[in-house]
Design a protein around this ligand. Structure first.
Ligand code: SIN
Ligand code: MN
Length: 266
């Protein structure tokens, strides 16, 4: 999947691109059912909210076949390699739940702010590409973006170790307000299977999910192989140390798994 010149221009201006329905409902259902199975395990990679519901599952591409394939899916890998202009490795892989009623906030931040400060990633030559595993609506804790905020470089941030179970370098209200005065604030919403790619410098957050409807999104954080992290301060399954270039699989790489599921149900 190659991005067009218009899409590249829009990515440069806004810092993100949204592709509703890039994965089929069957592909999204496969991934969602695997995510739910992972959330039920007691693995160290599954972090929980204070209530006990899952918040995020790290590194599922290393222990789950469906997510191994997603981690090399051409619909995700190719556009990112195009924008980053070369081979990429997986810096981080996480399946974020925002559980019905209990899913908690992600404070305002830039992902590269954390990757630079905690992992010593040299440049913001890395980005996220996400797949919605549920329908994401205004009601169930969508991502909030400040368009154009990626043009500011790394902005000042404080290390938040208290608000949630996940340590994050977060921005203060004055900074976020000043950025939103220029760029506004948007919440891309769409059906399960939609894809969202965004710059590692884009300022983003997500509100708690008080709705009765869950919201699961899986994120690949891909980094150019030359730009690999230099410091190993975090667990290997949070900030990976395997800098092997990802080889994209075929576009039909989920088909065999979907057929297996269908046969099992018959
Ligand atoms: C993130 O910003 O890394 C996660 C936000 C979310 O999944 O709501
Ligand atoms: Mn983030």
């Amino acid at each position: 999947m190659k991005l067009t010149q218009d899409e590249l221009k829009k990515f440069d201006e806004d810092g993100y691109l949204f592709f509703p329905g890039r994965f089929t409902p069957e592909e999204a259902t496969l991934m969602k059912s695997e995510a739910d199975k992972i959330y039920q395990t007691e693995r160290k990679e599954v972090w929980r909210e204070k209530s006990g519901v899952a918040r995020t599952a790290f590194a599922a591409h290393t222990y789950n076949e469906t997510f191994r394939r997603l981690g090399a899916h051409p619909r995700l890998i190719e556009p990112v390699q195009q924008v980053l202009d070369g081979s990429t490795y997986m810096h981080q892989f996480k399946i974020n739940a925002k559980a019905a009623f209990d899913g908690e906030v992600w404070q305002w931040h830039q992902d590269y702010g954390t990757w630079q400060r905690d992992d010593e990633m040299p440049e913001p030559r890395a980005m996220n590409i996400a797949v919605f595993l549920d329908d994401v609506t205004a009601a169930n804790g969508p991502l909030l973006f400040i368009p154009g905020s990626h043009k500011q470089g790394v902005v000042a941030a404080g290390h938040d170790l208290e608000t949630t179970s996940y340590p994050l370098w977060t921005l203060d209200r004055e900074t976020v307000s000043a950025l939103a005065d220029k760029g506004g604030c948007v919440a891309p919403t769409g059906p399960a299977g939609s894809v969202l790619m965004f710059s590692s410098l884009l300022v983003h957050a997500s509100p708690p999910n008080i709705s009765p409807i869950g919201r699961t999104i899986v994120y690949l954080s891909l980094c150019h192989v030359d730009n690999h992290i230099r410091a190993f301060n975090r667990e290997e399954w949070i900030a990976h140390r395997d800098f092997t270039p990802i080889e994209a699989l075929g576009d039909d790489c989920f088909d065999a798994l979907i057929n297996t599921e269908t046969q099992a149900a018959e």
